[in-house]
Design a protein around this ligand. Sequence first.
Ligand code: NQM
Length: 360
Amino acid sequence: MSAAEAADSGIRCMLMRGGTSKGAYFLAEDLPADPRLRDDLLLRIMGTPDPSQIDGIGGAQSVTSKVAIVSPAAGPDRDVDYLFLQLGVDEPTVSDRQTCGNLLAGVGQFAVERGLAAAGPERTSVRVRLVNTGSTSVASFATPGGRPAYSGTTAVSGVPGTAAAVSLDFAGTEGSVCGALLPTGRIRDEIDGIAVTCVDNGMPVVVVRAEDLGVRGFEPVADLAADTALAERVQSLRMRAAELMGLGDVAESPVPKTTLVAAPRDGGAVCTRTFIPVRPHPSIGVLGGISAVTALMLDGSVGADLFAPPPPGAPVEIEHPSGVLAVEVELDRTCSPPRVGRSAVIRTARKLFDGTVFPR
Ligand code: NQM
């Protein structure tokens, strides 16, 4: 499909909110198979590069400049494959170097909407392979009468109102980007004189004590966003951490993320401020949050002493700028280092529009 043809006839697209992110969902068959042509088309659809994405459907933030590409399962033990692409806002970048647990929240419903997965009469579980990382997730949600229900009573911090719950159960996330839960081979490293724990339980994350970067760790996002010196320190830390984690040059990559941790303030397990990659996240990513919590649960990690574990069986509540993200992480502590059993989270997702998008 040429650029002129795509601009003329448009591309079938569903816009969905998934958790605290928003993105364009496509069937792979509706996009060019050549990644170069596909990425060029997606940039024009999103309105990138432009800080306001005024001529596209992107929402001018990293968490609203996202794409989910869903295709029939290319292998056994799953129903669909989900490729996530992070598009830049003011830079013309398209990266497949991370997945997104928030957009994942809409993938099961999208698969049912497009006929890639059969819905049950009450509830449906869709087994999703996360193509970016090779891990899997089972997305379960209500399908009364065989159709996805979007309204419900579940609240997600950072999203107004309530919607239908989508439970996401993850497997195979441990080391799924870097090859090991502790990609540097150590529970702690020192970078620029600062102690960090580098972790990958589905998302490469560098965990740092907020006070070691000269902040308290519960500042409003706007204050952190205005702190250019902090952004420079975060960038230097993550570039060096990426080398130790085997990620190479990450100048144009959204990973690793950096999560600043502080003692909890609102009854949760820990207070966080996350950077994607150097701008403050309005909340915290799903797998980013799961990875950070996994690090904090390990003896000797940076921030382990700040972590207030919940009672047995209760989820870990991660405090973030717009509220709380509750995650479950099960560790097998009979291994050294411990192995991840399962991770899980409850999100909501909503179909916003379904139609044809016309690229610039
Ligand atoms: O970590 C933002 C988000 C994310 C990613 C980011 C995510 C995840 O809030 O699984 O959800 O860290 O880029 O959607």
